[in-house]
Design a binder for this molecule. Structure first.
Ligand SMILES: [Zn+2]
Length: 255
């Protein structure tokens, strides 16, 4: 007799029945998942502990009437040839589904890329400026901006323009005076970095002079960001920080 298989490909060795249409079938019992034999007694199971089922109730199983079987099912059996054909059809269908899914994903990716390209063309000036900026903050800014695809706000435009102006000034920033000179400084506070240590609170006041030069004073607080500064101070040092020429001053006096 021809060897028969279940749908999952297991060789079937039990008794074969014929369906009303004369096809080979077999019957099997569906095991109850609610109960288990524990120490020779079938009990309703509460859960698993250390990989073993446990029961604190000691109740019989209501799921299967304590038979351990919930139902009996009949399923078709197949010859090796039939099974191969069935599997080939299933594989083909799955490959088709996969191809369809990939095509849909490719289309969605293309639509998104087109949308992004259109958006970048619409806001070309801002995008070019934004793309020229580096560093963690601007990378995050850019990621968010291109994800939202919403026109830049006035505030965002101002922020980017200010950063670009600052970078341009950084390139041309020059040392001011000679060491020991008493110089006049007029500009704006660009940034204040406040540090606290054993010796107390210290402020690093970074001043952008009207002509774009960077002057740094470490000591007292001279003002907040964008506050105007007009002082006399003594040149202590000329130094370069991140490629920007800075003049370090001491003993500032309001002018
Ligand atoms: Zn049961």
């Amino acid at each position: 007799m021809t060897q028969l298989y279940t749908r999952s490909g297991t060789e079937y060795t039990g008794s074969v029945q014929l369906s009303a249409k004369g096809k080979p079938t077999y019957t099997y019992q569906v095991s109850c998942t609610r109960c288990h034999v524990i120490n020779g007694q079938r009990l309703y199971v509460m859960g698993m502990m250390n990989g073993k089922p446990y029961s604190h109730t000691g109740f019989d199983c209501w799921g299967c009437g304590n038979t351990g079987v919930t139902s009996t099912k009949t399923a078709p059996l197949y010859t090796a040839e039939q099974l191969a054909k069935l599997n080939a059809t299933a594989d083909k269908r799955q490959a088709e589904r996969q191809a369809k899914r990939e095509a849909e994903q490719a289309l969605a990716a293309k639509e998104l890329a087109d949308k992004l390209a259109t958006f970048k063309a619409e806001h070309a000036e801002f995008c070019v400026e934004l793309n020229s900026l580096a560093g963690e903050f601007w990378n995050g800014f850019r990621d968010g901006f291109y994800k939202r695809l919403q026109a830049p706000t006035e505030r965002q435009i101002a922020l980017v323009k200010a950063e670009i102006a600052k970078l341009q000034q950084n390139v041309t920033s020059a040392y001011v005076g000679a060491i020991g000179d008493r110089i006049e400084i007029a500009g704006k506070i660009e940034r204040v970095i406040t540090t606290e240590s054993f010796y107390g609170i210290k402020h690093i006041n970074i001043i952008r002079c009207e002509n774009g030069n960077v002057v740094v004073y470490r000591g007292n607080y001279l003002g907040g960001k964008d506050d105007a500064v007009h002082i006399m101070a003594t040149v202590a040092e000329h130094t370069e920080y991140n490629g920007v020429k800075q003049t370090i001053v001491q003993r500032p006096k309001q002018k």
